[in-house]
Design a protein around this ligand. Structure first.
Ligand code: SF4
Length: 542
């Protein structure tokens, strides 16, 4: 899968009957109900798991603390129960955890009865040490113990002492638990948990174990239920999605799954993360090219451009193969937005190795990349490797890599100007939106787009025509929204999260695009969607 940033996954076979979905921002319950807040650290899989924790809590009668959603990452939560869903992959993860717990200790002194639970990968790693170091914590639960959260809180309360439950083997896929989705328009859907690879920098295999695959029927059922509730975008999650099916002996399972899920009626956008270059196969590229709902987007972790370093990382592809894959994807999925993960300063990396990374990055022309400075993670094989690269050398190389990648990203973004895109309006992605009178969302290829709203007199399209169009957003013929349906016409209301806005790219920066044509009467077509309606509903406005 991806690299050192993200964390891990959920769920088990035959366990379905899918979770009763509890929508985001559910109505506030009885005023005396206990409140909860979850702080989510780490990758999308942690977000997925937090939505399950929220579902489990709400099924037991808890309600979100005022202003809280299941996946917030910042702020000191004020709730009766605070859950930290931790990540063991990030640098200094333990230091941060205990820093957060120190803050919560002060809060707990002021809120009698408040309880603190620690879950996620770091909890799995630290186990009872969490209680030893922070005895004010009430519950520590593992990545496979999400369903026990409420019972553990109850036990901690009645017994008056902390509870620790860490299971090493998956028995129930978290996907089978109730869910409270953060967003009405998008859903994370886990297809597997664990990983059979042994990348030497990665803690995931030792914390989440070997890969377990959910049956395709369970996955499709979950997607159908999410779509029925208003979701129009789904992201399939796995540590290494390309090996999906290994457990039940079907090498083509992931491509088949893309086709099956992509055909779910009402679904408009299908994404996935993370693939692994070694297992990335032609049938997956074909599915991307042929299934209209599969987004033209690929996050393919390179990690290093040096074959010697890749070998030391225990990554079984080589740089040449990686570049071939990109060529194949670009040939069959024109305009695909491609991103990657890169690690600088892996033990033993020489200046020559690093030069090869720069060379491959120059050829790969990633639209974006997450760049990391290697730092040893306790418990990983790479932590004990000789020839650790001195910190100042790592930093200097890192700066050079970031400068190169930023330059490439800037050029790639600039090439988008003039394209017509359809933006799925998102919640919380544009911090300056209110000040700049914009909305923010993602194009079909995943690029972040800030879209100017029409001026007050032209909030919607009459007279807002297309101008300067050079290229439509790449998508296969027949994809939803390819044409500009007549019902998109003038609407007098601004788009809601989950609605789609067809507009034109007018400006660019390395990490985002601007679509500022509307105030001058340029293209701004709103397609109100079921997802927007679902958003309205959970806001209590429908
Ligand atoms: S061991 Fe698995 S999860 Fe970790 S980086 Fe490698 S492929 Fe990804």
């Amino acid at each position: 899968m991806s690299a050192p940033a993200p964390t891990p996954p959920p769920g088990l076979r035959g366990s379905r009957n899918v979770a009763s979905a509890i929508l985001a921002t559910s109505p506030i319950g009885p005023s005396d109900a206990r409140t909860y807040a979850i702080r989510t650290l780490g990758c999308q899989m942690n977000v997925h798991d937090s939505e399950r924790m929220a579902g489990v809590l709400e099924a037991a009668g808890y309600v979100p603390a005022p202003g809280e959603g299941p996946v917030r990452t910042q702020g000191i939560p004020e709730a009766d129960v605070v859950v930290l869903n931790t990540c063991a992959v990030r640098e200094n993860a333990a230091t941060r955890l205990y820093g957060n717990l120190g803050q919560l200790r002060e809060l707990k002194k002021q809120r009698p009865g408040m309880m603190i639970a620690v879950g996620g990968c770091l909890a799995q790693h630290e186990r009872a040490h969490v209680i030893q170091k922070a005895p004010w914590v009430d519950v520590v639960f593992g990545t496979y113990n999400l369903g026990s959260l409420v019972g553990l809180l109850d036990q901690a309360q009645t017994q008056g002492k902390p509870q620790v439950e860490i299971q090493d083997e998956l028995t129930v896929f978290p996907s089978a638990l109730p869910v409270r989705r953060e967003l009405a328009y998008a859903a994370w859907v886990a297809i597997s948990v664990g990983c059979n690879n042994t990348c030497s920098f990665c803690i995931v295999p030792s914390l989440r174990g070997r890969e377990r695959d959910r049956p395709p029927a369970d996955i499709v059922q979950e997607v159908e239920q999410a779509v029925a509730a208003g979701v129009i975008e789904v992201t399939l999650l796995g540590q290494n999605v390309n090996s999906y099916g290994a457990e039940f002996g079907d090498k083509g399972a992931f491509a088949k799954l893309l086709r099956q899920v992509g055909a779910v009626s009402g679904l408009e956008r299908l994404r996935y993360t993370s693939p692994h270059p070694a297992a990335f196969s032609q049938d997956v590229i074909q599915a991307m090219a042929e299934v209209p709902t599969v987004a033209p987007q690929l996050h393919l972790p390179l990690q290093s451009g040096s074959d010697q370093v890749l070998r030391a990382m225990r990554r079984s592809y080589r740089a040449g193969r990686f570049l071939e894959l990109l060529d194949q994807v670009r040939a069959q999925v024109p305009g695909a937005a491609i991103s990657s993960d890169l690690i600088v300063g892996f033990p033993g990396e020489t200046e020559q190795d690093f030069g090869q990374t720069l060379e491959v990055v120059g050829k790969a022309r990633f639209d974006s990349a997450y760049t990391f400075q290697f730092s040893p993670r306790p418990g990983t094989p790479a932590a004990d490797l000789p020839d650790q690269v001195p910190g100042d050398v790592v930093t200097e190389r890192f700066d050079r890599l970031v400068a190169l990648q930023n330059q490439i990203a800037e050029e790639q973004s600039a090439a988008q100007v003039g394209r017509v895109v359809e933006v799925l309006v998102a919640l919380g992605e544009g911090r300056k939106d209110a000040a700049t009178n914009r909305i923010t969302g993602r194009a079909f290829d995943g690029r972040l787009v800030h879209v100017a709203l029409p001026d007050a007199g032209c909030r919607t399209p009459p007279g807002c025509g297309v101008s300067q169009v050079t290229e439509a957003e790449p998508r296969p013929p027949g994809a939803p929204g390819t044409a500009s349906p007549p019902h998109l016409a003038a609407r007098q209301e601004p788009p809601r999260p989950g609605d789609l806005v067809r507009t034109i790219i007018t400006g660019s920066a390395p990490h985002h695009l601007l679509a500022d044509a509307a105030p001058q009467g340029g293209l701004f077509e709103v397609r109100r969607t079921r997802a927007g309606d679902a958003w309205d509903k959970v806001q209590g406005r429908a």
